[in-house]
Design a protein around this ligand. Structure first.
Ligand code: OAD
Length: 259
């Protein structure tokens, strides 16, 4: 069985991570969908970092739910498997889904990267603490911020630009290497089973990947309490929370394939 699973914020909702849209998509009265933009960072980097720091903290304290566990179980069962997640949290990984089986197409919240050059680092801290680095000459290089307004925001030790979260913001290009991994998987063949769970599927590429993967008669199952642009193409609609529906679906698939 060849499987593609696509997930969005709804899959982590039951772990207590707020989604982007809908009722819980607000933080201090700011819309999450508007904070996750290059424009918001340009206007107020401190505010955007505060939001991401809180999100990092919340994710660190959260646990994978039964939906994450079910997807990892399906991966172990399938002959070929890829998860494409729009989630920047690490809950799929903490449910023991291997890195090779997963593409985080919108990046990783625990990565901090330079807003100008390629410098980046990964760390689980709640705030964007920069690592202490030696400059090329072997001397400690200051990464102290220069403006009082942005004094809590680290600057790049290579080029002194502001550091930012290692996530893809609305309107930004997808990371090339991760995009290639998805394209390679789709080019190698269509899927018997495609599950799209917990996403509003706002982006055309999400719909495109789901349709391409299922185009030769594969099942396209949507797991979402609400209707989305994917719904009209689905061969099966499961209008339930992911943490309830996915374990049941995966158990049924596993017991069927053991017959
Ligand atoms: P959204 O917040 O747009 O949508 C969450 C979806 O999950 C909605 O369709 C809900 O109906 C559904 N949902 C809520 N609770 C659920 C549950 N318990 N089980 C299953 N489904 C549930 O999140 P995404 O679609 O992931 O991108 O958003 C996509 C992207 O938009 C994000 O990755 C982010 C944002 O802009 C960028 O920042 C580039």
């Amino acid at each position: 069985m060849r499987v593609l699973v696509i997930t969005g914020a709804g899959v982590s909702a039951e772990s207590g991570i707020p989604t982007f849209r809908g009722e819980d998509g607000y933080w201090r009265n700011f819309s999450a969908a508007k904070l996750a933009t290059p424009e918001a960072f340009e206007r107020d980097p401190k505010l955007v970092w505060e939001w991401y720091s809180e999100r990092r903290q919340r994710i660190s304290n959260a646990r994978p739910n039964a939906g994450h566990e079910a997807i990892a179980k399906l991966a172990r069962q399938a002959d070929e498997f890829l998860l494409v997640t729009q989630n920047v949290d690490d809950l799929h990984a903490r449910a023991r889904l291997a890195n090779e089986a997963m593409v985080q197409i919108h990046g990783n919240i625990f990565v901090t990267r330079c807003s100008c050059c390629d410098f980046s680092y990964e760390g689980r801290g709640g705030s964007p603490e920069p690592p202490v680095r030696l400059s090329k000459g072997g001397r400690l290089r200051s990464i102290a911020p220069t403006s009082a307004q942005n004094e809590d925001i680290p600057r790049c030790p290579e080029c002194a630009a502001l550091m930012r979260p290692g996530v893809v913001w609305f309107g930004e290009r997808l990371p090339w290497s991760e995009l290639q991994r998805v394209e390679n998987y789709l080019d190698r063949g269509t899927c018997d089973l495609v599950i799209v769970a917990g996403t509003t599927a706002t982006f055309g590429y999400i719909i495109d990947w789901a349709l391409r993967a299922s185009r030769c008669g594969g099942e396209l199952i949507e797991v979402n309490p609400e209707e989305t642009p994917i719904s009209q193409f689905a061969t099966q609609l499961v209008r339930e929370p992911a943490a309830i529906a996915l374990p049941r679906m995966v158990d049924a698939i596993v017991s069927f394939s053991h017959r």
